[in-house]
Design a protein around this ligand. Structure first.
Ligand SMILES: Nc1ncnc2c1ncn2[C@@H]1O[C@H](COP(=O)(O)OP(=O)(O)OP(=O)(O)O)[C@@H](O)[C@H]1O
Ligand SMILES: [Mg+2]
Length: 464
């Protein structure tokens, strides 16, 4: 009997694997592995993230990432870790909210960056390294990779893993030598891993620590104060938690007309942020993806004070609504579609809130929020589920502040003030400015306001 070769060629495999992932997403995959490692060390007990670090250094010559997240057990290295794709009998993580599921992340990241890599680890006092060399890559066969015991003096200091990559591809080397790329990477890390950073994890990029972005909703400290919308339900072994409320942006406190205010309106935390097992998959989304413009008005600056947070949590990573790169939503998933219905329910409440306050002075609105605390999703749900009014049945928590009449509305229905906007030629404004203020250069808004005041006082005095 003759046989036809059917195995993939290495070159095809490597080029396909790395094609659809961006360089920074590939690096985030390596950080994901560190966090999965930290979770495994805890064995089901709550992880104290302040004990863990991930240090990334990159330059146009090399890339390296080092963690103290427990290392790779030799048995796992032999059977699973370096395989391209997960084995069906790999039933680790049955009880853990880890994110690794495909068995490609580490290899893909290495192949994306360069041609010579060494994975070095210390696990349970066993120190070894696995080189993935250009010679191995150039060899047509899928030879197993050697596991080499590390010399004592080269051992990692604490149980963990270090991946060092050299012979970077020219495009990669260029990015790594570019400050703009490094800043973009830091922003991705501070968004994507915000929950872990907030729990004390330390991540550094070229020795600079990365700070978390805060995504929070305002929760009143007072008994009858305004509270965000909350919903939580377990769907198909995934806990879905949602909150929608107002953010701490300057939106409700600042001068509406200042340019700074306008800039802040598009702040990162406005819109929707989606977490899957604590990773932020998208941050501050204001597009149709999260319902804007889909039975709900399109996002615009009036809504910049609204923040929504959704979290999907499961020990079955493959049930989470994420794509294979884990940085984008799988919007066709049924769990996502069910969540979207509730997300829109929450959004409508706060959209009508901003409509009601649209033409009222901001200070009237602020008074209701003076005694409130910005809270991340979990704390908000915890606090609201403890308060009377949140329905709790069969694992479902639901709180609708509109139904509970906890949304502050303006005292008067008709707007207490309206905006007047008009344009006049520059020269005319300067002329009126000179006449009122003895200067040609007073701000147009102030000149316009003085004109109005003048006419109003004439009318009030019966002179108009
Ligand atoms: N930093 C690390 N700490 C501990 N174990 C690690 C680390 N990096 C990789 N591993 C081990 O290597 C294995 C393979 O990692 P890889 O990222 O390729 O696949 P995965 O995480 O299982 O799945 P996915 O492709 O979805 O990320 C992991 O399952 C883990 O056992
Ligand atoms: Mg992985």
């Amino acid at each position: 009997m003759d046989y036809a070769q059917a195995a993939p060629t290495k070159q095809f495999f490597v080029s396909m694997l790395t094609r659809d992932i961006s360089l920074s997403d590939a690096i985030l995959d390596l950080v994901d592995n560190c966090l999965d490692g930290a979770l495994r060390t805890a064995n089901g007990v709550k992880v104290d993230y302040s004990k863990f670090f991930v240090n990334i250094s990159l330059s146009s010559n090399s890339f390296s990432i080092e963690d103290n997240c427990g290392g790779i057990p030799r048995s796992i290295a032999k059977a699973y870790a370096f395989k391209m794709g997960r084995e069906t009998d790999d039933d680790r993580d049955m009880d853990n909210e880890t994110i690794g599921m495909y068995g490609v992340g580490m290899k893909r990241a290495i192949f994306k960056m360069g041609r010579d890599a060494i994975v070095k680890t210390l696990c349970n006092e066993d120190a070894y390294e696995v080189p993935i060399s250009s010679a191995w890559l150039d060899n047509k066969d899928w030879e197993p990779l050697p596991i080499i015991n590390t010399k004592q003096e080269d051992n990692l200091k604490t149980p963990g893993t270090q991946i060092h990559i050299e012979s970077l591809f020219p495009g990669v080397a260029k990015h790594f030598g570019n400050e703009a790329f490094i800043n973009e990477l830091k922003t991705s890390i501070s968004e994507h891993f915000t929950m872990f950073l907030q729990k004390g994890l330390s991540i550094s990029v070229n020795t600079a620590p990365v700070e978390p972005v805060l995504v929070e909703v305002l929760v009143s400290d007072e008994k009858d104060g305004p509270l965000p919308y909350v919903f939580e339900k377990t769907i198909d072994n995934v806990i879905v938690s949602i909150t929608v409320g107002l953010n701490t942006g300057r939106g409700i406190t600042d001068d509406e007309d200042s340019p700074e205010f306008e800039r802040d309106r598009s702040s990162a935390s406005a819109g929707w942020t989606v977490f899957c097992n604590d990773r932020a998959v998208i941050v501050g989304d204001k597009s149709r993806l999260t319902g804007w413009g889909d039975g709900i008005p399109l996002y615009h600056y009036q809504f910049s004070i609204i923040t929504g947070i959704v979290e999907f949590r499961s020990i079955y990573a493959n049930k989470l609504p994420v794509t294979t790169t884990k940085r984008a939503l799988d919007t066709s998933s049924d769990i996502w579609l069910q969540a979207l219905v509730k997300m829109k329910e929450g959004m409508r409440i706060w959209i009508s809130y901003t409509n009601a306050w649209k033409n009222h002075p901001r200070s009237d609105q602020t008074q209701y929020w003076e005694k409130s605390t910005p809270m991340p999703l979990r704390s908000a749900i915890l606090r609201i589920s403890q308060l009377a009014g949140a329905t709790q049945s069969k694992g479902v928590i639901e709180y609708n502040p509109q139904k509970q009449k906890k949304i502050p509305f303006p005292q008067t229905k008709s707007p207490s003030s309206r905006k007047i906007i008009y344009s006049r030629p520059n020269e005319e404004i300067r002329l009126v400015s000179k006449s009122f203020f003895d200067s040609f250069d007073e701000k147009p808004g102030i000149v316009g306001e003085r004109c109005f005041e003048l006419i109003l006082s004439k009318i009030q005095k019966g002179e108009g």
